[in-house]
Design a protein around this ligand. Structure first.
Ligand SMILES: *[C@@H]1O[C@H](CO)[C@@H](O)[C@H](O)[C@H]1NC(C)=O
Ligand SMILES: *[C@@H]1O[C@H](CO)[C@@H](O)[C@H](O)[C@H]1NC(C)=O
Length: 367
């Protein structure tokens, strides 16, 4: 009798669990194609444009050539075969016809491997100095690189590698000054199987957001399941976190001790990757993965499978409250697969992707 009850209870728990995973995988999701105006791919970007940030003057820094230790074996082989490479690209919204240029590195660049992922760019208001923080996945650890941009020579000078046990499998970084930042730890495992187990089978919320205050690393929020992009609000009082698995925007308040307290969990019904601010309205832009099982297939084998891209504009009542969504762009994956981020400047939009193209659109409808 006892065994039967235990057996039935386990069965109920497991079926609920699997129903939830199947639901999140998005097999039932329908998607239509539309654009906010004419769109085209930016030539020369075929291996990703995972994250980007645009400065007030329209200069946009983009990470390309995504690779990380948790990738599939097929993807790691493809990366080598196709000679994919980690790069920082620069795009200028004032001269979109020029496309992107690849930024060079000054001689002192001595990082063993460069596989950029999340990026955060800040400009010093007094000196104009531009500092880049970039998540870098090495084979055996992750670290966060700091660069200074030399506009005259279109070069990056490597300033520092932040290394610590607190940086486990990082995804994105959000600078709060020239020597402090938040970053997300996507998962605990650094292997492909381990991460699949964490994300999709066991659903262990072992992800976190960590703050580096210039001296110490402190856990600012824990118990998160694959937290993705992190972005500081324009007033620097809140942190927006892309809650990938739960398909929501988490708005955290930044406490006096730099730890985070949840203020709003806003449901997007599509898995957000990165957020950026739309400068004219203060609304948030999100690149989202709408059919997660297709995103998974595409990331494992981008040479075989496409995956959808969606861009959402999340209406902000104020910097700590979301209310309403407009879908700006949707593609089934034929033009750009697994879009991750979108930036708007002066009615023009760039859309980045994990390991695929970079899309440029005119934005004629923005309501
Ligand atoms: C932001 O807007 C929400 C909803 O209107 C409101 O509840 C909240 O108090 C506002 N927050 C601030 C800091 O004004
Ligand atoms: C896809 O590309 C075609 C051909 O360039 C273009 O007409 C269409 O608008 C694009 N659609 C999307 C959703 O990007």
């Amino acid at each position: 009798m006892y065994a039967k009850i235990v057996g039935i209870s386990l069965l109920v728990v497991f079926s609920q669990h699997f129903a939830r995973i199947i639901y999140k995988a998005g097999y039932h999701h329908v998607l239509y194609n539309h654009t906010p105006g004419p769109c085209h791919q930016i030539p020369g970007v075929d291996h990703g444009s995972e994250d980007m940030e645009t400065l007030p003057n329209g200069m946009t820094f983009i990470t390309s050539g995504h690779w990380w230790s948790v990738g599939s074996k097929h993807f790691h082989n493809l990366y080598k075969e196709q000679n994919r490479q980690g790069k920082i690209l620069l795009f200028n919204f004032n001269t979109p016809e020029k496309g992107v240029i690849e930024l060079g590195f000054e001689d002192d660049f001595d990082i063993p491997e460069f596989h950029p992922h999340g990026i955060s760019v800040i400009q010093n208001e007094d000196t104009g100095k531009i500092t880049l923080f970039v998540v870098n996945h090495l084979s055996d650890r992750d670290q966060i690189e700091k660069f200074q941009f030399n506009e005259k020579h279109m070069m990056l000078e490597h300033l520092f590698s932040y290394r610590d046990e607190a940086i486990i499998l990082a995804n994105d970084v959000a600078a709060t000054s020239e020597n402090s930042f938040y970053f997300s730890n996507y998962a605990y495992s650094r292997s492909h199987l381990g991460m699949l187990f964490e994300c999709f089978l066991a659903q262990f919320p072992w992800g976190s957001v960590v703050y580096f205050d210039g001296a110490n690393y402190i856990e600012a929020a824990d118990g998160l399941l694959v937290p993705n992009g992190v972005l500081l609000s324009p007033d620097k009082r809140y942190l927006y976190v892309a809650n990938g698995f739960f398909t929501s925007l988490s708005i955290f308040g930044i406490d006096d001790d730099d730890r985070l307290s949840i203020i709003q969990e806003y449901q997007l019904y599509s898995s957000p990757d990165n957020f950026l601010i739309e400068p004219k309205t203060g609304n948030l832009l999100a690149g989202t993965h709408h059919v997660l099982h297709q995103t998974g297939d595409h990331l494992n084998a981008p040479d075989v499978y496409n995956a959808p891209t969606k861009v959402l504009m999340i209406h902000m009542t104020n910097t700590s409250h979301a209310d309403g969504i407009t879908e700006l762009y949707s593609d089934d994956g034929s033009n750009i697969s697994a879009g991750t981020v979108a930036s708007i400047y002066d009615n023009k939009m760039l859309i980045g992707s994990v390991v695929d193209k970079l899309m440029y659109c005119e934005v004629r409808t923005l309501e």
